[in-house]
Design a protein around this ligand. Structure first.
Ligand code: NMX
Ligand code: MLT
Length: 425
């Protein structure tokens, strides 16, 4: 008989704990990184100072989830990906069905969440609304209740998993509600008992029908954004907040606040904006020469070209490749998609010539917006909310595993500029 996610983790966790103890006892002093002045000042880039097992990002390959290069997972649905992130294996069909059924039992959004969202300013950013809703739901935290009752450390992961299921079980419904409330799309659409997570989300958004492809687009979107190892701003923030034993609602909401920054997840809204500006400026899909001019204009104004560059990657992001493949299949003639494709032919050369960005290639945000736009989601301030729904899977799975392994509270040592100056004298 298929096991639940909790039963599967309960089998797995003792081995993971043993492995951690043996690494600490046997090799605790083994050096894995050194830190230069440039790294201490420059966002700790490249410093290996934390552990994350859900996925790795290889500079020359991109995202690898539990050994699977991302492009091998594009046909999977998000629930399979969540199971893979957290357990290290893809679920069997029976495990998947059981998990989907269980997830639905966590699907009710408390009424007070809707009241809070409806009371927010009409001009609130959709990310501020989503993050507020997740934080408001902290009232439901099983971890907080069990902690107050005095559970043992060995049990911490259990209510953390329960909280994770509640966040994942509701975040798509909340996100769809944010869309409908913020953009006055009419009544909220109830979640379905039957549809999968992404299909249900697409339905609750109430997007115009698009040859039956909207749910597939959403499955791909939510699969591609799921996780990007542990050091990116949102994962790292979620981890740090969670390491203080703040529950999943606090930790995920904090992580999403980081995702809302234009250098991180908000780049997708900026990116489509940039592409649309070129179309408007040149009165239609711009030529390569026109894109080149506009790219230089952006750089000369001291701005970044959104959707390009990456802190770790040194090749085209496989997530961009997957979106581009989807676009070529379903919207090859669309002027916005064609522009994105043309920008891809021009901008890397411009960035190389500019000579600053270490990685001139597109990241995930360069292509996703054009697809959403074509599918009728035209409110690009909303795009980071979609990223968030997906990224909750990575943050939650990392959080549950860290609770199971008793990962220590995060507390790196900071140094003063005076101390640095004294060292380099
Ligand atoms: N356009 C112009 N300049 C850039 C770009 C770009 N797309 N990317 C990097 N640079 C500059 C960067 O600002 C920095 O300049 P300075 O020395 O004057 O401070 C220099 O190149 C070196 O930066 P890198 O070491 O290449 O990049 P870093 O690791 O610091 O930052 C990003 C990575 C992603 C923040 C940066 O490439 C960027 O700002 N890209 C545009 C925004 C974006 O697409 N963000 C989305 C990231 C993916 N996500 O989904 O979260
Ligand atoms: C992400 O998906 O989190 C971004 O590509 C940023 C990163 O990995 O630093």
């Amino acid at each position: 008989m298929a096991k639940t996610l909790k039963e599967t983790l309960a089998d797995l966790i003792p081995k993971l704990r043993e492995e951690r103890v043996s690494l600490m006892k046997g090799h605790g002093d083994f050096k894995i990184s050194e830190v230069t002045v440039a790294q201490a000042i420059g966002g700790m880039r490249g410093v290996k100072g934390m552990v994350c097992d859900t996925s790795v990002v290889e500079p020359d390959q991109g995202l690898i989830i539990r050994g699977y290069p991302l492009l091998k997972l594009v046909d999977k649905i998000p629930e399979e990906i969540f199971w893979l992130l957290i357990t290290g294996k893809l679920p069997t069909d029976d495990e998947l069905k059981l998990f989907q059924k269980e997830l639905k039992t966590y699907g009710e959004v408390p009424k007070y969440v809707w009241r809070v969202l409806k009371a927010m300013p009409k001009t609130s950013h959709p990310m501020a609304m989503l993050d507020t809703a997740i934080l408001t739901m902290e009232n439901e935290s099983a971890f907080r209740k069990r902690y107050a009752e005095g559970m043992t450390r060995m049990e911490y992961w259990e209510p953390t998993l329960e909280d994770a299921m509640r966040v994942m079980g509701t975040i798509h419904t909340i996100a769809a509600g944010v869309y409908r409330i913020r953009y006055k799309k009419g009544d909220l659409i109830e979640p379905s008992k039957k549809l999968d997570w992404a299909g249900d989300f697409a339905k609750m958004l109430g997007l115009p029908p698009k040859k039956g492809q909207t749910a597939n687009m959403m499955r791909l979107y939510l699969t591609l954004h799921c996780d990007h190892e542990g050091g990116n701003v949102s994962a790292n923030t979620c981890h740090t907040v969670g390491s203080a034993l703040s529950d999943a609602f606090y930790a995920v909401s904090a992580g999403l606040n980081g995702l809302a920054g234009p250098l991180h997840g908000l780049a997708n809204q900026e990116c489509l904006n940039w592409v649309l500006q070129t179309i408007e400026k040149f009165d239609g899909a711009p030529s390569k020469e026109q894109i080149r001019d506009y790219a230089w204009e952006t750089l000369n104004a001291g701005k970044v070209i959104p959707g390009y560059g990456h802190a770790v990657l040194r090749v085209t992001d496989p997530r961009f490749v997957a979106f581009n493949n989807f676009g070529k299949k379903y919207l090859a003639k669309d002027p916005v998609f064609k522009t994105v494709d043309r920008v891809f032919e021009v901008v890397p050369e411009v960035l190389k010539e500019h000579g600053k960005a270490k990685n001139p290639w597109p990241n995930v945000d360069a292509g996703s917006g054009a697809i959403l736009y074509n599918f009728g989601l035209k409110e690009f301030e909303y795009y980071t909310v979609l990223f968030s729904v997906s990224r909750s899977m990575g943050m939650l799975s990392q959080l549950v595993l860290n609770r199971a392994l008793g990962t220590a509270i995060t507390r790196p040592k900071s140094v003063s500029t005076e101390w640095l100056n004294n060292q380099v004298k």
